[in-house]
Design a protein around this ligand. Structure first.
Ligand SMILES: C=CC1=C(C)c2cc3[nH]c(cc4nc(cc5[nH]c(cc1n2)c(C)c5CCC(=O)O)C(CCC(=O)O)=C4C)c(C)c3C=C
Ligand SMILES: [Fe+2]
Ligand SMILES: [Fe+2]
Length: 367
């Protein structure tokens, strides 16, 4: 396999550090063709659908894409904003604010970029751009607090596949999970508490996580257990008794059994049992997206009300809340340890001289 040609190595070049915040991805437009392109890339990932590839190719191209692309596009249109898809907007804001907060905390020499696993801006393109910007130390920070082979490991696959063709590979750190990190749990607690302070409190707090096939749990994926732990820690932080909250799983795809209990039937049952008000939060999603804004805040709300419930409160995702940006900065700092991101004035001057020398060398070489 050919390795790509690198620019000439320049003595004195100063390596910079970067954080890439990677989210799932979203279509560029809420149209059938754009959603089809996105779904095709997403659902062709063997980490996401573990059906032998030839069989799955026929099912995907003959049955899923022709029907689901139009249906999903219609759902995307219900949440689309003037600036585009909520998932992309929130992720971009998180990256920009994380960069600012890291600089305030002294990490001036850290660039923060956002990338998507599927769609744009693509992870390989962003990694190439960081290389061009002189970043030779990279932290990959998935937007998923809970590790799952279907999501986190898929990001890693993409990183490894990308660098498998690169000659001068940067130093890499991959964040596996932060489902029990204080900064994440505290941000969730602040968000629920702020909602309760403003709107009062429901009889139950439903914590709805994206599902995965039950088989992934049986085959050793820790995702289910990490969701349960997040739920327990959030309940503890809020001082909830076991009866005050539920952990459920949403977004089932296909006919196989997924992680249980499913969100929609659970919420319907709560309404039928006479629970009048519930609050629903989706802790596994750090940005609001189709699965929270349409599936939970529209469809599941309708399920609750049409089964006799009176009051349904959706608590938004962490998005770019100050508490979450602080939490992200703490997580990032723990993974940047040992890399020279904080500069004393003397180090800054030494770096400036290094960079000057690097530029002179480059000019001499005609680079
Ligand atoms: C086909 C199986 C799927 C698995 C397994 C899966 C796991 C998984 N997904 C997320 C986060 C998100 N998923 C989103 C959308 C979405 N998910 C699937 C399917 C699987 N997800 C589909 C087909 C779609 C597209 C929409 C649709 O047609 O229903 C999103 C939202 C993206 C957006 O644009 O807003 C997120 C986020 C996690 C965390 C996860 C496993 C833990
Ligand atoms: Fe999904
Ligand atoms: Fe969904």
């Amino acid at each position: 396999m050919p390795f790509r040609k690198e620019p000439p190595h320049i003595h004195g070049t100063v390596p910079h550090s970067a954080i890439v915040l990677v989210n799932l991805g979203t279509p560029d437009e809420p149209t059938r063709s754009s959603v089809r392109r996105y779904l095709k890339q997403f659902l062709s990932d063997p980490r996401v659908v573990e059906i032998p590839s030839r069989i799955w190719w026929f099912i995907l191209n003959l049955f899923i894409l022709p029907f689901r692309s139009g249906q999903s596009a219609a759902k995307y249109r219900t949440i689309w904003t003037r600036e585009g898809s909520p998932l992309r907007i929130h992720t971009a804001q998180q990256a920009a604010k994380l960069q600012a907060v890291l600089a305030e905390r002294g990490h001036e020499d850290v660039k923060v970029a956002m990338a998507m696993r599927y769609g744009t801006p693509s992870l390989p393109d962003v990694l190439d751009q960081l290389k061009a910007d002189g970043c030779d130390r990279i932290v990959v920070l998935p937007a998923y607090p809970q590790y799952s082979g279907t999501t986190t490991a898929s990001i890693w696959d993409s990183v490894f596949q990308h660098y498998a063709r690169v000659r001068n590979v940067p130093e890499l750190r991959l964040v596996k999970h932060y489902h029990d990190h204080e900064g994440y749990i505290n941000a969730l607690r602040d968000s629920v508490q702020a909602h309760w302070d403003a709107h009062g409190r429901g009889q139950k707090l439903v914590m709805s996580f994206h599902g995965t096939p039950k088989r992934t749990l049986e085959l050793g994926d820790p995702y289910f257990c990490e969701c349960q732990k997040t739920g327990r820690l959030l309940a503890d932080a809020l001082g909830l008794a076991p009866d005050d909250y539920l952990v459920t799983f949403q977004s089932r795809f296909g006919k196989a059994e997924w992680l249980q209990p499913y969100t929609a039937p659970t919420v319907q049952q709560l309404a039928r049992d006479g629970v009048e008000r519930i609050d629903v939060i989706c802790p596994g999603f750090t940005s609001d997206c189709l699965e929270t804004l349409e599936e939970i805040s529209m469809e599941v709300r309708h399920d609750f009300i049409s089964n006799g419930g009176k009051d349904f409160h959706y608590i938004p995702c962490l998005n770019a809340s100050p508490s979450w940006i602080r939490g992200m900065a703490e997580i990032a700092e723990q993974h940047l340890i040992g890399w020279p991101t904080i500069q004393t004035p003397a180090q800054r001057e030494a770096r400036r001289l290094d960079a000057e020398r690097g530029a002179q060398n480059a000019a001499r070489l005609g680079a």
